[in-house]
Ligand binder design. Structure first.
Ligand code: TIU
Length: 220
């Protein structure tokens, strides 16, 4: 039996604190605030912005427990040399000037993590060029070096970067717990489907739970 148990779907998720990381996916202004990439894609950012206080509660609890914390950011080099042609062709706003600077470009105001969830010393900031946090990054090396075996995952958007990352993690042997109300999609139908796609078939990609259940488990 591991140290902590969380009520989850499809069944209880258990983990050891020292072998678990909190992974916060892409809580950037570009996805959570007006004038960023999310909005340039035609979305209303209300759902992504609305989870900031919930993610903050989880982050505060994880910090209090000295958990290993990784914050990811989706974005590209200022010279755009790492933007696949196919990505730019479909999403021509990338690199264009917006109200928060160049869209989805590293170093720009819009690319950074929202103020409330700003990383602090000792937490990893991982820049990724794609949707999955393992693709073309050193995330796996970092997790292996730390002895991490389980991931608690929050962030945006559930069906895109959170899902891509959990799928990559699952294939690499990590046990993943996705926080239902600590993640958001722009469309509630995508949110419902994305949660179900993780925990169905006996937890095909992992487990899901609520922030309250996670915090309860971490308080015991
Ligand atoms: N479009 C969308 O829902 N998401 C992304 O493009 N990136 C992330 O999910 N971070």
């Amino acid at each position: 039996m591991r140290e902590y148990q969380v009520v989850a779907k499809p069944y209880e998720f258990d983990f050891d604190l020292k072998k678990t990381a909190l992974l916060i996916i892409d809580m950037q202004r570009d996805f959570c605030e007006v004038g960023g990439f999310g909005e340039a894609l035609g979305n209303d950012v209300t759902p992504t912005k609305s989870i900031v206080p919930t993610v903050k509660k989880i982050l505060d609890r994880a910090r209090a427990k000295n958990m290993f914390i990784v914050h990811t950011r989706e974005g590209h080099r200022p010279d755009m040399s790492d933007v696949p042609k196919a990505k730019k062709r479909r999403f021509d706003s990338i690199g264009e000037e917006g109200p928060m600077g160049k869209i989805l470009i590293r170093g720009e105001f819009g690319h950074d993590i929202v103020e409330e969830l700003k990383p602090i010393k000792g937490e990893v900031i991982l820049d990724k060029p794609g949707k999955g946090a393992f693709y073309q990054t050193d995330l796996q090396l970092i997790l292996e070096t730390k002895g991490i075996e389980s991931l608690i995952v929050c962030g945006v958007t559930t069906h895109v970067c959170v899902h891509s990352t959990i799928r990559e993690a699952n294939d690499r042997g990590y046990e993943c717990l996705m926080i239902e109300d600590g993640t958001a999609a722009f469309d509630p139908q995508d949110q419902i489907a994305a949660i179900r796609m993780i925990n169905q078939q006996g937890g095909i990609f992992g487990w899901t739970t609520t922030s309250d259940e996670l915090i309860k488990a971490l308080s015991e």
